[in-house]
Design a binder for this molecule. Structure first.
Ligand SMILES: C[S@@+](CC[C@H](N)C(=O)[O-])C[C@H]1O[C@@H](n2cnc3c(N)ncnc32)[C@H](O)[C@@H]1O
Length: 259
C-alpha cells in the first residue's frame, strides 16, 4: 500500500510538487512521474465521488473506469476469444460492452454470472439489441453447479478469456481463480478486477482489511501456486506519449496463461 502524500499542482510553473515520507519531489508537468502522482490523487477523488457510477454502454449502466474499458478492449481485440466469461453482471453494462466487441470483431459470445440478477436488469439484457451474444447464469460464481454449467457451455478448442468482477474479497477471488483459470486458453487472460481497494483503504466505503483482502493479493497468491500463469499487464498496442502505466482500478489484474 502507498502512504498518503501531499500533492500541489502549480499550473503556472508547470510543476507538480509531491511531499511524502518527509521528502519533497518537484516533478515537471510533462513527466510520467507527475502524471502518475496526479492520477493517484484523481483515482482517490474518483473513488470518494463514485465517479465510476456515472457511465453506461449502449443503454446499460457500466461500473468501470473508462480507461479500463479501453484497455480490456485492446486485449479482447488481440486475443479474439470465442467465449468471454464474466463474473459480476450488476446492471449488465459490461456484458453489453463485451457483446458489442464480439459483434464488431465478428467473433465471440459472452457468459455472465451473478449471484442475483434483478428482474429489471434481466429484462433489459433479454430485450437488448445484443442479446443474442449473451447468456446469463444466476448463482454464486464459485458454486460447483454454476462452474459446471459454464464449463458445459464451452466447446473443446475454443479460446476463452475470463473477467472476475463479482465479490472482491481475497478468498472469493482465489476461489474464482481456481474454478475459472483452467478454462483460460494459452495466450489468453483471467482478469482479477478492482485491486484499487488496497489504494483506497481509509476512504469512504472502504474496509479496514482492504490492504490485504483484495483481488490483487488473490492474483499474487494464485500465480505463486500455478506456474502456468503469470501476472503480466498487456503492453499498450499504441503509445506515442510519455505515460507507460495505466490509470486503473485493476492494478496487477491480468493473469496470462503461459503454459
Ligand atoms: C461490481 S458489480 C459488477 C459490475 C459489472 N461487471 C459492470 O462492469 O458493470 C459486482 C456484482 O457481483 C455480484 N456478486 C457478488 N457476489 C457474487 C458471487 N458470489 N457470485 C457471483 N456474483 C456475485 C453482485 O451481485 C454485483 O452485481
Amino acid at each position: 500500500m502507498t502512504s498518503p502524500a501531499t500533492i500541489t499542482i502549480d499550473e503556472a510553473k508547470s510543476v507538480v510538487i509531491v511531499k511524502e515520507n518527509g521528502s519533497e519531489r518537484r516533478l515537471p508537468m510533462d513527466s510520467a512521474e507527475a502524471f502518475s502522482a496526479v492520477s493517484r490523487a484523481w483515482l482517490r477523488c474518483g473513488w470518494d465521488t463514485k465517479y465510476v457510477y456515472s457511465f453506461s454502454w449502449l443503454g446499460r449502466p457500466i461500473i468501470q473506469l473508462p480507461e479500463d474499458l479501453i484497455r480490456i478492449q485492446e486485449v479482447i481485440y488481440s486475443v479474439k476469444p470465442d467465449v468471454i466469461v464474466e463474473t459480476g453482471v450488476a446492471h449488465g453494462g459490461s456484458l453489453i460492452f463485451h457483446a458489442s466487441l464480439c459483434r464488431a470483431i465478428g467473433k465471440g459470445r459472452v457468459i455472465g454470472i451473478d449471484i442475483e440478477i434483478r428482474p429489471h436488469n434481466r429484462r433489459a439484457i433479454a430485450e437488448h439489441e445484443l442479446r443474442r451474444y449473451i447468456t446469463t447464469i444466476e448463482g454464486s460464481s464459485t458454486h460447483p453447479q454454476v462452474a459446471g454449467l459454464v464449463r458445459s457451455m464451452i466447446d473443446p478448442g475454443e479460446t476463452v478469456l475470463v473477467i472476475l468482477d463479482s465479490n472482491h474479497t481475497k478468498a472469493h477471488v482465489l476461489g474464482e481463480l481456481e474454478v475459472y483459470a483452467p478454462l483460460v486458453t494459452k495466450g489468453s487472460y483471467i482478469v482479477a478486477c478492482d485491486g484499487i481497494m488496497a489504494q483506497v483503504k481509509g476512504a469512504p466505503r472502504s474496509g479496514d482489511d482492504w490492504d490485504w483482502n483484495n483481488p490483487t493479493e488473490a492474483a499474487r497468491e494464485f500465480v505463486d501456486r500455478h506456474q502456468d500463469f503469470v501476472i503480466e499487464e498487456p503492453a499498450f498496442p499504441f503509445n506515442e506519449g510519455a505515460v507507460r502505466e495505466r490509470v486503473t482500478y485493476w492494478p496487477g489484474a491480468f493473469l496470462k496463461r503461459v503454459a
